[in-house]
Write a protein that binds this ligand. Structure first.
Ligand code: 5GP
Length: 199
C-alpha cells in the first residue's frame, strides 16, 4: 500500500470474538504506543463492567448515534449483535493529516466500508488456527449461555469468510508470540518504521 508522504497510515484491524485480537492489539500499543493512536468508537451498546466512557467507547444513545450518521460524522458504521458502532471521522482524519498512524479495531462490514473509501489503508484480519479451536476458546470463557455462544459462533463463521478480503491475515495459534511477531512485522513494514528498527 503506498501512502502519501507525511500522512499517517490507517490500520484496520478485525477478527472474530475469542480469537485473541485484544491481547495482540495491547502488545502492539505497548510497543508502538508513541507512533500509533487508537480510535475510540461510538456505540449504542451498554458499557460492560470495567469499561470507561471515552476510553473503551463513547457510549451514546441510538438517537444520538443516528443524528451523527445524518451529520456524516462517521467514517464508517455498522450494526453488530443488535448495537450500532461507528468510527469518528474528524478525529481519524485529523490524526492522519498530522502524520499520525491510527488503528481501528472494527468488525468486517465497517472494515469493507473503510477499504472502499480509503484504499490506501492497511487491513489485517486475525484468524484462529481452526474453527474448532475458536469454538473451544469461546466455550472456555464459560460466562455465556449456550444460545449466546451459538450466536457468536455463527457470527464468527460469517466473519471468517471475509478474511480473504483483507490485505493481511495473521493466525493466532498456540504461540501468541509468533502471531505478535507477524503483526509487528506488518506494522513496521507498512508504517515505514522498518528502517529505523532494523539492526
Ligand atoms: P464489542 O461490543 O465486543 O466491544 O464489539 C463488537 C464488535 O464491534 C467487535 O468486532 C468490534 O471490533 C466492533 N467494533 C467496535 N467499534 C467499531 C466501529 O466503530 N465500527 C465497526 N464497524 N465495528 C466496531
Amino acid at each position: 500500500m503506498t501512502n502519501t508522504p507525511g500522512r499517517g497510515v490507517l490500520f484496520v484491524y478485525s477478527g472474530p470474538s475469542g480469537v485473541g485480537k485484544g491481547t495482540l492489539k495491547e502488545k502492539l500499543f505497548a510497543e508502538f504506543g508513541d507512533r500509533l493512536r487508537y480510535s475510540v468508537s461510538a456505540t449504542t451498546r451498554a458499557a460492560r463492567p470495567g469499561e470507561t466512557d471515552g476510553a473503551d467507547y463513547f457510549f451514546i444513545s441510538r438517537q444520538e448515534f443516528l443524528h451523527r450518521v445524518a451529520n456524516n460524522d462517521f467514517l464508517e458504521y455498522a450494526e453488530f449483535a443488535g448495537n450500532l458502532y461507528g468510527t469518528p471521522r474528524s478525529y481519524v482524519e485529523g490524526l492522519l493529516s498530522a502524520g499520525t498512524n491510527v488503528l481501528l479495531e472494527i468488525e468486517v462490514q465497517g472494515a469493507m466500508q473503510v477499504k472502499r473509501r480509503m484504499p490506501e489503508s492497511v487491513s489485517v484480519f486475525v484468524l484462529p488456527p481452526s474453527f474448532e479451536e475458536l469454538e473451544r476458546r469461546l466455550r472456555g470463557r464459560a460466562t455465556e449461555t449456550e444460545e449466546k455462544i451459538r450466536e457468536r459462533l455463527e457470527t464468527a463463521r460469517r466473519e471468517l469468510e471475509c478474511a480473504k478480503d483483507y490485505d493481511y491475515r495473521v493466525v493466532n495459534g498456540a504461540d501468541i508470540s509468533a502471531a505478535y511477531a507477524e503483526l509487528r512485522r506488518i506494522f513496521l513494514a507498512e508504517s515505514g518504521e522498518e528502517t529505523s528498527h532494523a539492526n
